[in-house]
Design a protein around this ligand. Structure first.
Ligand SMILES: Cc1cc2nc3c(=O)[nH]c(=O)nc-3n(C[C@H](O)[C@H](O)[C@H](O)COP(=O)(O)OP(=O)(O)OC[C@H]3O[C@@H](n4cnc5c(N)ncnc54)[C@H](O)[C@@H]3O)c2cc1C
Length: 452
């Protein structure tokens, strides 16, 4: 077994990008994947039909030489298009201009493109090989099984688990040496529906270049555009209470909910009842681990190490940062794999914890605050202060989405900024009531200058 042989479990988004980055750096990479080859069997579905790609994810794709391929599949989203109860809509831009946007991409197409790139760079994929267990002795022994139930074993120096939130490698590692696992269910789930492509000149039935949100307090709908003109709509509801997936438990109940709460979306979803009946309710949770590795024998990355709720659109983006960081550590040529894994965990775990917390906070912001005047005033003031103090004040959403500043730093700076905004807007209704020179002075005392 050579040091430059690397075994990955899971050819999802993170496993496939990691395989590409490592293979491009000359490592001999083998990937075991439970599903059949999506290029032959068709994409077998995943956790959402499309997802939002931001700067952190784009950086990983750039390093893998994949920007052109992926951008051809992507639809630009300039901001949140908020659909209010009375039917009026307003666009809340994410950034300053079109240089600060996010991109909607198809999970299946992105995953397939990543597998193609990794294979082209020399990575070897073994599809239809589900990890069923592992032991860790001198290296790692992986037990694998195909759909026909045929079992096999692979003895490897070490394994990297990129096998997602329900990671089988994590379960095996946890049985060998407890990882301090804690899974916190959100108590809310989701169901996907579809707005089909339109037949007119624009293929899109609603504004294509936005992430649409119908915020309704304790629940919401969102819709992200797909390149061919459709939108994937995701209904987020609590698991219990009124309304919830317990009370909205049939296609007829779903129609009633849409008639009452999402009236402008209803005519756009002709197959509401059929979609509702056919698509499962997805569960959402945050995974916390105290340890991500067992010395030099196994390491977890992506959702397998830190699954988060999807409300900041950062799970994949964070996982792509993992892939870049780990590929860099391997490429630096360390001979002690245990030290590589420990350093990876040291660098990434605080950042994963920070984005987990921000993703939870963003659910409240999306479903509730975007319709709250006090939030909108803080948001407006934040943008004014950012323009007046660009060396110190950057809206937290922008730090997370348009920069590669460590998540932990964005979280801490965001908290300091929020304290300033709350103090300055207390008891105020309009930005005109705020003394902006005094506000600048407060920014200068409360917030450190940005590093660069
Ligand atoms: C509703 C929803 C919306 C989301 N939206 C966004 C978004 O807009 N932006 C964003 O950045 N993130 C988003 N995410 C998060 C994103 O989906 C995940 O962070 C990302 O998929 C993690 O990639 P991964 O490769 O770690 O895991 P996965 O994508 O889950 O891939 C795991 C892979 O491992 C394979 N596997 C599983 N078990 C085994 C086994 N036993 N043996 C072998 N192979 C196995 C699976 O088949 C799969 O291919 C969203 C998530 C959800 C649920």
């Amino acid at each position: 077994m050579e040091r430059n042989q690397i075994t990955i479990v899971g050819a999802g988004l993170v496993g496939a990008l990691l395989a590409a980055l490592l293979a491009q750096r000359g490592f001999a990479v083998t990937v075991y994947e439970r599903r059949r080859d999506p290029r032959v069997a068709g994409y077998a579905g995943g956790r959402s039909i499309n997802l939002a790609l931001a700067e952190r994810g784009l950086h990983g794709l750039r390093l893998a030489g994949m920007t052109d391929t992926v951008m051809r599949l992507a639809v630009m989203m300039r901001g949140r298009m908020v659909h209010h109860r009375d039917g009026h809509t307003e666009l809340l831009r994410y950034g300053r201009d079109d240089s600060e946007v996010i991109w909607s991409v198809s999970r299946g197409r992105l995953n397939t493109a990543l597998i193609d790139a990794a294979e082209k760079a020399g990575a070897r994929f073994e599809f239809d090989r589900r990890l069923t267990g592992a032991t860790f002795d001198d290296g790692a022994t992986l037990r694998l099984e195909n759909e026909a139930g045929v079992a096999s074993e692979a003895h490897v120096a070490f394994a990297i688990g990129a096998d997602g939130a329900g990671s089988a490698l994590r379960a095996a590692m946890n049985a060998h040496a407890p990882l301090g696992e804690r899974i916190e269910p959100l108590g809310h789930g989701y169901k996907e529906l579809e707005i089909p492509a339109a037949s007119g000149a624009s293929r899109f039935a609603i504004e294509p270049n936005a992430l649409h949100i119908w915020p309704r307090g304790n629940y919401m709908c969102i819709a992200l555009p797909n390149a061919e003109g459709s939108f994937t709509v995701t209904l987020f509801l609590p698991n219990e209470g009124v309304p919830s997936f317990t009370t909205i438990d049939s296609p007829a109940a779903a129609r009633k909910l849409f008639e009452r709460d999402f009236a402008d979306a209803l005519p756009l979803i002709p197959d509401l009842e059929a979609d509702f009946a056919a698509n499962p309710v997805g569960m959402l949770a945050t995974l916390y681990l105290e340890r991500w590795h067992i010395d030099g024998r196994a390491l977890l990355v992506g959702d397998a190490a830190h699954a988060i709720v999807p409300f900041h659109g950062q799970g994949m983006n964070c996982g792509f940062e993992d892939a870049v960081e780990l590929a860099d550590l391997f490429a630096a040529g360390a001979s002690d794999i245990g030290a590589v894994f420990a350093e990876f965990e040291r660098r990434r775990r605080p950042n994963a914890q920070a984005i987990a917390a921000m993703a939870l906070e963003n659910y409240v912001e999306m479903r509730d605050s975007v319709a709250d005047p006090a939030f909108l005033l803080r948001r407006e003031l934040g943008r004014v202060l950012a323009a007046r103090n660009p060396d110190r004040f950057v809206p937290r959403y922008s730090m997370v989405t348009f920069t590669r500043m460590p998540y932990a730093e964005a979280f801490a700076r965001g908290a300091a900024q929020e304290r300033v905004l709350r103090a300055l807007t207390a008891g105020r209704q309009h930005i005109g009531e705020i003394d902006l020179d005094a506000a600048d002075a407060r920014v200068r005392t409360a917030i450190d200058p940005l590093a660069s």
